[in-house]
Design a protein around this ligand. Structure first.
Ligand code: AMP
Length: 489
């Protein structure tokens, strides 16, 4: 099938050709004709499948006739994050370059005045995050009674982030007669319930999740004791020993994004942080620097990184095992795109056993466990005992490995023991650069290059926050070094 077969206008076909697209992706092939017919669509598709064009292309076509009135947008796209909103806006510019449509982006972190003056000029396409849209609506700056097309993008993420009540409030003030396109990476029952409320007789389209991307991504797992400094060691070792061109490093919490970024910077890596607490201009600037290759390592939270299209990421590091199994697929889907080979490492601790199980169940495969030279691997079976029905007991309460009733499961088998190295400790310092880096930087620890086993009770405070002296190894590629204009954070 070709784009011409989909019934799109010559202007759009030209824009698509200019973008270099040869054939429509499955979601485009299936969704575009229905959107052009005016049918509601329920699309189960992830980022990377071409879903943005599957709704933007027909929208441009439909909106190309008619004009918007001041403060009365004709279409609305609701997205969970500012980055995703900006990305959709970029797509509109690319695909709509031969059409004269006005677009406005209503996202937090940007001045209201600029947004208001755009709304006043009349907007065909409004792309918004729920909070900022409601702000404008409640201030009476915008009327939503002329919306003909509504797109809800990444509905599952919207629900995870607690935005669904806001979305429901917005949808309640929209005209009942409209064309609604609802996209979600997964459609669990709670999402379906919302979809049922918003959609009328939708055409349901499911394209296989981006797991296909994972086929080009070699995944591995490193299990170490639950010590933040040890995880940071492992990360640095992986970055310096792998052929990393650029990397995304995911943390579960914003706070950890900052901490890890500071740690990497301190160790001379060219890194930057991306999370939801940053101002919008700072987020966009950081992202652009990463896309342009100025920043080599981007430490990010899921919220900030979700849906971002970064075609050339050589490595993804899961500094934390994600709390939502599907986030793992999103994370590793940032590498190995467009047929390129990618590499995804995950650093887990025995305490992550429940989440790791969930990831493995979700992807339907074991992840190869590897050892990192100079680091003592832990076993998932070292997990502290679980208390009650949920979660593990708090670290401070844990008695340490070996005590208590033990893990839920037997130790995880290593499918392939792809040991990166196994020199005997007494030969290691000369045999391996990483081990020698360890030994050289710890003059008092000449015997074994291994990092000590997890500390038990009340570790000295300094040890807990200080980085061990492992850092850039002698073989570290030069480009990891921070550019001269040193970063502040
Ligand atoms: P999306 O899933 O919308 O985030 O799109 C992922 C990437 O695929 C973006 O970089 C798009 O530019 C690209 N893309 C979208 N449609 C096509 C197509 N038909 N052919 C080639 N690339 C495409």
């Amino acid at each position: 099938m070709t784009f011409e077969d989909l019934g799109l206008s010559p202007e759009i076909l030209q824009a698509v050709a200019d973008a270099g697209y040869q054939t429509p992706t499955p979601i485009q092939e299936q969704a575009i004709p229905y959107v052009l017919m005016g049918r509601d669509v329920l699309g189960c598709a992830q980022t990377g499948t071409g879903k943005t064009a599957s709704f933007t292309l027909p929208m441009i076509d439909i909106l190309s006739t008619g004009r918007a009135r001041a403060r009365m947008p004709r279409s609305l796209i609701i997205t969970p994050t500012r980055e995703l909103a900006s990305q959709i806006a970029d797509n509109f510019e690319v695909y709509g370059k031969h059409n004269k449509l006005n677009m406005a982006l209503l996202i937090g972190g940007v001045s209201f005045d600029e947004q208001i003056s755009k709304l006043d000029r009349g907007v065909d396409v409004l792309i918004a995050t729920p909070g900022r849209l409601l702000d404008h609506f409640e201030r009476g700056r915008i009327l939503l009674t002329d919306i003909k097309i509504l797109v809800i993008d990444e509905a599952d993420r919207m629900m995870d982030m607690g935005f669904m009540p806001d979305v429901e409030r917005i949808v309640a003030v929209l005209p009942k007669i409209r064309n609604t396109l609802f996209f979600s990476a997964t459609i669990p029952p709670e999402i379906r319930r919302v979809a049922d409320k918003f959609l009328i007789n939708p055409k349901e389209i499911t394209v296989s999740p981006d797991i296909s991307t994972a086929e080009t991504v070699k995944q591995s797992l490193v299990v170490v004791a639950a010590e933040p400094w040890l995880k940071r060691d492992v990360l640095r070792l992986l970055i310096t020993t792998e052929p990393v061109e650029n990397a995304l490093v995911f943390c579960n919490r914003k706070r950890d994004v900052d901490l890890l970024n500071k740690s990497l910077l301190k160790h001379g890596f060219n890194a930057a942080a991306l999370h939801g607490d940053m101002t919008q201009p700072a987020r966009l600037e950081t992202l652009q620097a990463f896309r342009d290759g100025i920043t080599k390592i981007l430490v990010a939270s899921d919220v900030a990184a979700r849906g971002l299209d970064m075609p050339k990421v050589s490595h993804v590091f899961n500094f934390d095992v994600p709390n939502h199994a599907e986030d793992y697929v999103h994370r590793i889907g940032r590498t190995g795109r467009a047929g390129r080979a990618g590499r995804a490492h995950m650093i887990a601790t025995p305490e992550d056993s429940v989440f790791l199980d969930a990831v493995i169940k979700f992807i339907g495969n074991e992840i190869e466990q590897i050892d990192v030279e100079g680091v003592e691997s832990a076993s998932m079976s070292d997990a502290p005992p679980r208390r009650g029905r949920g979660g593990y007991r708090h670290r401070q309460e844990a008695k340490g490995p070996g005590k208590g009733p033990g893990p839920r499961k037997s130790p995880r088998k290593r499918p392939v023991a792809a040991r990166k190295s196994s020199p005997a400790p007494d030969t290691a310092p000369t045999a391996a650069p990483l081990a020698s880096a360890t030994a050289a930087s710890k003059p008092n620890e000449t015997a074994a290059p291994k990092i000590p086993a997890p500390r038990q009770k009340s570790p000295p405070k300094k040890q807990n926050t200080e980085e061990p002296v492992l850092g850039l190894g002698p073989n570290a590629p030069a480009f990891f070094l921070r550019p001269d204009r040193s970063r502040s954070s």
